[in-house]
Design a protein around this ligand. Structure first.
Ligand code: ADP
Ligand code: MG
Ligand code: ZN
Length: 467
């Protein structure tokens, strides 16, 4: 099969055939219907999400013999030529090649002439942010006094690099990354049309790997179809992209929680033998734990690019948020180690062992200012009188500030217990210190910070309430 087939063959020809981008489609259709069409449009967004495709559909809508129309006929000369990028009146310029110097010069000369066959002359300038300052200047002159029938459509993956003077003259449209569900639905229908047999898990993992880009998803499907005979399975996907599924990460984390050093190293090395790169595993693990963090924070499922099965799996592991946070902290703290290491395999082995070690480290506060042994001495006495209270004191931090002893509890519950036993604790302390003192019971700052996490997550998601 020709390598370019799928993404070209299935390039949408009509607005309604686009996946996602409904906000863009809606306003373009609105403009076409009302007949109020601007002179310059900016399509910004990541690669492979439909910017060029939409620009061509828009050009067809304008120049179709039945146009302006929201459903170009696809049959007239204009429609056919635009679909093949052969229309004289629809000029596509690639800003990235030669940074557009000659093209913009030509454009300045040609822009004054009326369109030959159609109602509009449309210039589609791809990767417009790559233009040279001279090219931008030339463009600006045209934009300031655009000839009546000329329309510019600029596409860019990097809008911040476009001069403000240009930006302010454009109607701006933001194209979004597509979700895993959107991409896999699209790929599913393409596979059906191509008579490709493929499991839904395989589709899911292709879509995950496509990372928001339909084109990337399509070219992965294409590659798979050319080397797999018969049904395409997730194993084939993993082989092609050295990618491991969420089951791999779930397994790894379960072994970490059970502190099975041997199992963790075995599973890890099996993944590497199967072609996954240590850095890939690192990223996959971070992504998986991020999902676990969102799940353990009760975020609605639409925020997660996970299947219901995968969410169920994470829930069943009973990963507390504290544990997930602890693991993410260890992982993110070692990003450099993994990325820069000459031997990435040892680096990831070490990192996973550190994860196991971090599991039972309850964040005990440092006993700054404490005379080292006060806590120890207190614990000795308490262990005999009240083991439960001893455990609480064990996890609290104790600080002596003049005649006040400050004890910072791990959480609300611990604070309540400490307050309840305050009298007894004071007596013990007085005996130990051989001086008069008062006890103050607080909540540790770190606990307060953890409680803030929920608020932070809320704010991150556009301030929408999650519960
Ligand atoms: N939103 C989308 N809906 C359907 N197919 C898409 C979409 N975005 C991209 N594609 C597929 O990817 C290919 C490249 O898309 P393109 O519009 O050139 O992306 P961009 O210009 O954003 O990089 C198209 O031919 C089409 O097959
Ligand atoms: Mg493009
Ligand atoms: Zn037409």
């Amino acid at each position: 099969m020709n390598h370019r087939v799928i993404s070209l063959k299935y390039r949408p020809q009509d607005f309604d055939d686009l996946t996602g981008q409904s906000h863009v489609v809606l306003s373009l259709k609105g403009a076409i219907k009302s007949g109020k069409i601007g002179h310059a449009f900016l399509f910004a967004g990541p690669r492979g999400v439909g910017k060029t495709t939409t620009a061509r559909i828009f050009a067809k809508s304008l120049n179709c013999i039945e146009g302006p129309t929201i459903h170009p006929c696809q049959k007239c000369q204009a429609c056919r030529e635009i679909a093949l990028s052969r229309s004289i009146d629809v000029v596509e310029i690639d800003g990235a090649s030669n940074r557009g110097i000659d093209e913009i010069r030509n454009l300045r000369e040609a822009v004054g002439y009326a369109p030959l066959h159609s109602q509009h002359k449309v210039y589609i300038i791809d990767e417009v942010h790559m233009l040279t300052p001279e090219a931008f200047n030339a463009l600006l002159k045209t934009l300031e006094e655009p000839p009546p029938s000329v329309i510019f459509i600029f596409a860019t993956t990097n809008p911040v690099k476009i001069p403000q003077t240009i930006l302010s003259r454009c109607e701006r449209f933001v194209f979004k990354r597509l979700s895993v569900a959107e991409i896999s639905t699209r790929l599913k229908s393409i596979a059906a049309k191509e008579n490709l047999e493929i499991t839904s898990k395989a589709l899911h993992y292709i879509a995950v790997r496509a990372d928001g880009s339909v084109r990337d998803g399509e070219s992965l499907l294409e590659q798979l179809s050319s080397f797999v005979e018969g049904k395409i399975t997730e194993e084939d996907v993993f082989k092609l992209i050295g990618f491991l599924g969420s089951e791999f990460y779930a397994g790894l984390i379960q072994h970490i929680l059970q502190k099975g050093y041997a199992d963790v190293l075995r599973v890890l090395n099996k993944g590497i033998e199967n072609g996954a790169d240590p850095l890939e595993i690192y990223r996959g693990l971070v992504d998986y734990l991020r999902a676990a963090l969102l799940v353990s924070s009760q975020l609605p499922e639409e925020f997660l690019d996970l299947s219901a099965d995968e969410v169920g799996k994470i829930r069943s592991m009973e990963l507390s948020r504290e544990k997930v946070m602890g693991m993410l902290e260890v992982l993110l703290g070692s990003e450099d180690l993994i990325k820069r290491s000459m031997n990435a395999r040892v680096a990831i082995e070490l990192l996973l062992c550190q994860l196991i070690r971090s599991i039972d480290k309850v964040p005990v506060q440092k006993n700054e200012g404490c005379r080292g042994d006060i806590k120890e001495e207190m614990l000795k006495i308490l262990q005999m009188q009240s083991p439960k209270l001893a455990a609480i004191v064990h996890n609290s931090s104790i600080k002596k500030e003049g005649k006040t002893i400050a004890i910072a509890a791990e959480n609300d519950f611990a604070q309540k217990q400490l307050l309840h036993s305050k009298g007894m604790l004071e007596i013990i302390l007085k005996k130990l210190l051989r001086e008069d003192c008062t006890l103050r019971v607080n909540i540790a700052d770190e606990v307060k910070k953890e409680n803030n996490l929920e608020d932070t997550i809320r704010v991150l998601f556009d301030g929408e309430e999650v519960r």
